[in-house]
Design a binder for this molecule. Structure first.
Ligand code: KIV
Length: 283
């Protein structure tokens, strides 16, 4: 069977030029990677949201580089076509430019990343330039950057005020200038995302940033409806898998307790017992 054509940084650039929407989703393991890749999605982000949706933390801050490498490897094993981006976790690029390049290098060499994503604007330009010089594509991330949760005083929409909006537009231009090949815009007014998308040549990918971005990204577990209690405005649920998981496990528990599972179909037999059974069936 022929391999599907791999999505690359060039594909994404072409898609923006041709005004074709880019589809992106997060993923953390090989099983979901295979399912998601088979849909023809363009980009898979091994997001540090793994800290919240898989590890159960209240934010992304505890996630480590080793964990991102572990999940990057798992996702890459399930991936044939989509472009794989791995997040640089909190404090893995903040200390120095050298630290940033070394972390990005590990994510590529060990974590199977084809590109890395980091959060922040003007304060990250040197890191973006240096990682790009090391031939590693960098995806920027502006707006409600989750690693800044404490600095923002919570997960709050950014760029509503004019001065904030101006700063985000300037950051977007500066990130492009520093060499980033694409840019996630999270939790900002849709009018601001539209303005940035028009002003930069690199593709913008929105989450909670309206329809005018060049593409969209959602956290896989959110769009699958894994957690009934998590209902932010920007998420659309395309399934109710949380409820389905509960129903399936409830049914299993009931059948085990009632002695209904396993029945004969799920059981093995000794040869002699099998012969008796077959004789009985043929009578
Ligand atoms: O970690 C993540 O899932 C992300 C997306 C929200 C863009 O950074």
């Amino acid at each position: 069977m022929s391999q599907p054509e791999k999505v690359s940084v060039l594909t994404l650039r072409r898609m923006k030029a041709e005004q074709r929407k880019i589809t992106m989703i997060t993923c953390y393991d090989a099983t979901f990677a295979r399912l998601v890749d088979a849909t023809g999605i363009d980009v898979v982000l091994v997001g540090d949201s793994v800290g919240m949706v898989v590890q159960g933390h209240p934010n992304t801050l505890p996630v480590t580089v080793d964990q991102m490498i572990y999940h990057g490897q798992a996702v890459a094993r399930g991936m044939k076509r989509a472009h794989v981006v791995v997040d640089m976790p909190f404090m893995s690029y903040h200390v120095s430019v050298q630290q940033a390049v070394e972390t990005a290098g590990r994510l590529v060499k060990e974590g199977m990343a084809e590109a890395v994503k980091l959060e922040g604007g003007r304060e990250r330009l040197q890191a973006i330039e240096a990682i790009t010089r090391a031939q590693i594509p960098v995806m920027g991330h502006l707006g409600l950057t989750p690693q800044s949760v404490h600095a923002f005083g919570g997960f709050k929409v950014q760029g509503k005020r004019d001065d904030e909006a101006r700063r985000i537009v300037e950051d977007a231009r500066a990130i492009e200038e520093a060499g980033a090949y694409s840019l996630v815009l999270e939790g900002i007014p849709m009018e601001l995302a539209a303005e940035i998308t028009e002003q930069v040549r690199i593709p913008t990918i929105g989450i909670g940033a309206g329809v005018h971005c060049d593409g969209q990204v959602l956290v896989l577990y959110d769009l699958l409806g894994m957690d009934d209690s998590f209902r932010p405005k920007f998420v659309k649920r395309y399934a109710q898998l949380g409820a389905q998981v509960r129903q399936a496990v409830d049914a299993y528990v009931e059948e085990v307790r009632g002695g209904v599972f396993p029945d004969d179909d799920q059981s093995f037999h000794r040869e002699a017992a099998r012969r008796v059974k077959m004789r009985q069936a043929s009578r």
